[in-house]
Design a binder for this molecule. Structure first.
Ligand SMILES: [Zn+2]
Length: 320
């Protein structure tokens, strides 16, 4: 880190510590999956054992709030647990651990991927490009990228490149790119049980549980900032309404797909406001205070860390 970087960091920490004196900070954690996977190229999966230890630690050190409750009366540092996307393991693996520790969590679910026979697009891409059991002929090259795919490292570069392209593509473009890759690789994709999202039954069961609340996460997990206003509106409102209909409840929370500052824009904020969302979660570090913007609440991403790292990460999350 250079001098300017160091100075910026010091200023940020000082300012956050100052804010914490005025008002107790709330740290919202972001999980995606709880499972035992052979390969996890996106590094978004926490093992059930690590999740269990993390939740036990949080529970014994902080009050755990619900995402949708009123946080204005909070006077001590607190933690909120959230999940994005809607993987089936949220219901099968995460929920029993949350129940065991009496810890609530909110699950932001992509409604267009429920009860379907395909995987999330990044998992499907991984299946095409990164599946180590599939060997590409040595002379193969992706003509679009000129990236060779002779070994797993080259495949990873191709994955990164295509992932970036797919992220900002429209739903139709996305399917076209994936179909082209399927044709190029000769590899047929299928729905792996380890990678599936929830079906309607699982979602309803999750919703009915006292320790779970549901929020929406668009219809097709698109990068909102890459879309025009009307397409964004449809993605957000249709995703939200469909989810509410499935579980038979009025929802009022949402999280931006990907969630970094460049993944949504002023149109997204205005749509969330128009739709009357109570709280909206983003995905970058920061603490929530009573003066924070409810339409872009910072969250700290959690990975599959052991307790030593997790403890210091969580401690730092309150001022970094
Ligand atoms: Zn997501």
């Amino acid at each position: 880190m250079n001098m300017t970087g160091t100075l910026k960091r010091i200023l940020k920490v000082t300012s956050n510590i100052g804010s914490n004196i005025i008002d107790a900070p709330i740290v919202v954690l972001l999980y995606h999956r709880v499972a035992r996977l052979q390969e996890d190229f996106e590094l978004l999966t926490v093992s059930p054992d690590n999740f269990d230890s993390q939740i036990a630690y949080i529970k014994s050190h902080y009050p755990v709030l619900r995402f949708d409750e009123d946080w204005s009366k909070v006077r001590t540092p607190a933690v909120v647990i959230t999940f994005d996307d809607g993987y089936a393991d949220n219901y099968h693996n995460a929920l029993p651990i949350l129940e065991k520790h009496n810890v609530p969590a909110t699950f932001f679910v992509t409604s267009g991927i429920l009860d379907v026979t395909h995987e999330f697009w990044w998992d499907e891409l991984g299946q095409i490009i990164l599946d180590s059991t599939h060997r590409y002929p040595e002379e193969w090259i992706d003509y679009d990228t000129q990236i060779l795919t002779r070994n797993i490292d080259e495949n990873r570069s191709l994955y990164q490149y295509q992932q970036k392209k797919l992220k900002s593509a429209s739903v139709e473009e996305r399917r076209k790119i994936l179909d082209n890759l399927i044709e190029w690789s000769g590899k047929k994709t299928y729905l792996r049980d380890d990678f599936r999202s929830m079906d309607y039954y699982e979602l309803k069961q999750l919703h009915a549980n006292n320790f779970a609340a549901i929020g929406s996460h668009t219809l097709n997990h698109v990068q909102l900032s890459a879309l025009d206003y009307n397409t964004q509106f449809n993605e957000i409102s249709e995703g939200h309404n469909r989810l509410g209909k499935i579980i038979g409840a009025e929802l009022n929370t949402f999280s931006y797909p990907f969630g970094a500052i460049e993944d949504y824009n002023l149109d997204s904020l205005s749509i969330c406001k128009t739709l009357g969302f109570k709280k909206v979660a983003a995905n970058y570090p920061g603490q929530y205070h009573r003066w924070s913007d409810n339409l872009q609440i910072p969250r700290k991403l959690v990975r599959n860390w052991d307790m030593r790292f997790f403890k210091s990460y969580l401690k730092r999350a309150f001022y970094l």
